[in-house]
Design a protein around this ligand. Sequence first.
Ligand code: PFF
Length: 453
Amino acid sequence: MTDTKTAVHSAWSSRFAFILAATGSAVGLGNIWKFPYITGENGGGAFVLVYLLCVLVIGIPIMIAETMLGRHSQKNPIDAMAYLTKEAQADSNWHYLGWMGVIAGLLILSYYSVIAGWATAYVLKAFTGSFYVDNPAEIKTLFDDFVASPVQLIFWHTLFMLATMLIVVRGVNNGLEKAVQYLMPVLFFLMLLLVGYAMTTGSYFQGLHFLFSPDFSKLTANAVLTAMGHAFFTLSLGMGAIMVYGSYLPKDVSIAKTAVLIAGADTVVALLAGIAIFPIVFANNLHPDSGPGLIFQTLPIAFGSMSGGWLVGILFFVMLVVAALTSSISLIEPAVAWLVESKGFTRERACVWSGLATWALGLGTVLSFNAWSEVKFFERTIFQLLDYLTANLMLPIGGFCIAIFAGWMMQQKHSIAELAMPNDLSYQVWKLLISYVAPAAVFFVFLHVIGVL
Ligand code: PFF
């Protein structure tokens, strides 16, 4: 990334750099940790189908819109929304959208960092071989003992937050482009290896059946909301992360093609994770609805029983941490970019303040797995509440507003010029999806959840 135009606002060196960074943001814990466990909790196939549909008709159009708003404004989400609102002569309340995004990013990072801390701890466990026990029950006990210790969780959460801040201080490009460039192929290869292992478990088809044969009787209104929320979460949409990355994107790049590519890669990684994990779950009589610990209780079984598994295990958890890092920096970047560009903070100060606030908030999530596991709000622990609030409410609401803004508020001449679609038909399809289909879908899911429909 090189500085252009203004002293503080940066730009990607190429389309490829943007693809790498945005894919790095999209592919993370959401694909490998969250997708399998929420699929397990929500009954499998029907949930997966709704998620895929949401990626297609809501996620991709909104990803195009969010990138476009970022590039058109060349600003961080808060200043971008203020600028775009003025340009469109829209109601000034629209600029709160930028604020909601920045806050959502910090809230997500507060628990994201705790879970990424687990993955970091598992790198060490993979090195020392401490989880290579034969018995799945012992692997579960190991995990349960680990999350029962606030001291350990705080240590790993702190370490991960420090790593995130160190990268963000240097600017999102230095090192990031390269990290993602190597990460993606290695991660992909490891996922294939795990799928290969899953084929040998004897429960491969049971796993596939669970993932891909929809049983709509298992689909509650909340499951639909979770699937839709996850489409936003996994594609990093609805909070300005993709907007801020889009603002660094050179003008001559096709936004639509790029968005399809990123969404495609993201979805493939998630599906591979599911295909790898569920056969292991069934072969070992584990429960698909084991919750956030699912991958930590299943994958060590695979590493323990495949030949050379110790190396695969180390590589896997290292890759998971790197994938989490390339996402976490995009969660904090909107806040940092705003503090720097609008409030005159140095990058260092901006990182320290937003990092500290996020770290402190993360302690709530740490304790929700042990000392405060009985502290509930609306029947949810702090972690569950933060996850629900951000992924199921804030991101879809943010995405809904982005769709309405891009479809109805922004002048058509600007969206046509930014998107520069190869033909009028593709522009019209996008316009239809962003103006009607995506917002209506989000709206209906909400109505369904509150019981109006
Ligand atoms: N997309 C990331 C993942 O799947 O792990 C998480 C995430 C990053 C969500 C950035 C939202 C965001 F803005």
